[in-house]
Design a protein around this ligand. Structure first.
Ligand SMILES: Nc1ncnc2c1ncn2[C@@H]1O[C@H](COP(=O)(O)OP(=O)(O)OP(=O)(O)O)[C@@H](O)[C@H]1O
Ligand SMILES: [Mg+2]
Length: 349
């Protein structure tokens, strides 16, 4: 006998083990940094209020999990997709980017399937990078292997390398991935995932589409019963490389304020407060930039006391560390000065 893995296991690994939306984002950003991307762009696009989107899909019998807010299903007989078309179009935020495209897609839908597809695409989250990207073999052999050891091996190789004393610690590329599961966190954010990726030497983009609902439908069957096949996408100019992770059929509501909270509570903590590096992350909600406050200044703003110090040398070459201590809690300030190579107190006034 051997273990069998059911299709539903992947859903538990992705959405249940990831504790929050912030952690889900963090996993995707980590992957872009592991791919040595100089910058990571996260764009949240909301063209239709989540409540309307959610109710329309429920009425069409196209939502997986039970209604979180516990609202009972409408008593009236469900309307057909054609009846819901005008409701959907009327709910679109005309000011949102690409709202015209969504109106067109909903208007042009000829079947329920096309209408539902357009609805599922209404709101999305993009995580876009210019990292090393993946060729089609890597997509097949690494991206589609749960528990892949790709980054773990690179990490071990890095740890085994002797330390280079000339390498600036802040410039060193530290590999963050290790478990081979992080990308599954995308399913916490949305039911559909599109990966558009290429390495510098690829002549085409490589595309992978995953509909996580298919794993829910196949629940007790073997995980390999769900077909997931990477395909060749459009042509690509020679030097471009990178990965776009596009998440649609979002599972929760997003707003500028929610993203700002995430930036403050989560993203600002992704950087070592004592490092000189800034996080190369650009965050936008409907094309409007969301600022990520540096965690170091956030700590200082809330500290009970702070000091400004200056390091200088006297005529004899002895170092002097001097400055002003501000005891904010007590509303008092005190100058200080330390002299000498050891941490010996020279004079405290
Ligand atoms: N943005 C990306 N660019 C290039 N390769 C990627 C990207 N995202 C994922 N990959 C590839 O997919 C693999 C799986 O990613 P995943 O986050 O699931 O695991 P991991 O990063 O190896 O480990 P961890 O679970 O600790 O994050 C990575 O090892 C990497 O090879
Ligand atoms: Mg990872």
């Amino acid at each position: 006998m051997r273990f069998r893995v059911t299709a539903r296991t992947i859903l538990h690994l992705g959405s249940d083990l990831i504790s929050s939306d912030g952690v889900a984002f963090y996993e995707l950003v980590k992957n872009s940094l592991d791919a040595k991307s100089p910058e990571v762009r996260v764009d949240v696009l909301v063209r239709m209020p989540f409540e309307v989107y959610d109710e329309l899909l429920r009425e069409l019998g196209e939502r997986r999990e039970p209604n979180e807010r516990g609202i009972a299903a409408p008593a009236r007989a469900p309307r057909t997709w054609k009846h819901l078309r005008e409701t959907a179009i009327a709910a679109i935020d005309q000011e949102a980017p690409e709202s015209g495209d969504l109106i067109e897609a909903l208007r042009d839908a000829d079947t329920k399937r096309e209408f539902v597809a357009a609805l599922r695409d209404a709101n999305r989250i993009d995580v876009d990078d210019d990292g090393d990207g993946m060729d089609i073999e890597t997509l097949e052999s690494v991206y589609l292997t749960i528990g892949t050891g790709q980054r773990a091996r690179e990490r071990d190789a890095q740890a085994a390398r002797p330390l280079d004393p000339l390498e600036d610690e802040d410039q060193a590329h530290v590999i963050l991935g290790e478990k081979g599961l992080g990308r599954l966190s995308a399913m916490r954010l949305g039911d559909a995932l599109e990966v558009l990726t290429a390495t510098a030497s690829d002549r085409h983009w490589n595309v992978l589409n995953i509909n996580w609902n298919e794993f829910a439908d196949a629940a007790d069957e073997d995980i390999s019963s769900v077909e997931v096949t990477p395909e060749e996408g459009g042509p690509k100019d020679s030097i471009r490389k990178g990965t776009l992770i596009r998440i649609t059929a979002l599972t929760s509501a997003w707003s500028y304020d929610k993203l700002e909270l995430l930036a403050r509570e989560h993203f600002s903590k992704l950087v070592d407060p004592f490092s000189r590096r800034t996080l190369p992350l650009r965050l936008k909600f409907n094309e409007i930039s969301v600022e990520i406050p540096p965690f170091s200044s956030f700590i200082l703003d809330h500290a009970h006391g702070v000091f400004d110090a200056h390091l200088g040398f006297d005529e004899g070459g002895q170092p002097i560390l001097s400055g002003m201590m501000n005891y904010r809690m007590r509303g008092r300030r005190r100058p200080f000065a330390f002299r000498g190579w050891r941490s010996r107190v020279w004079r405290a006034m």
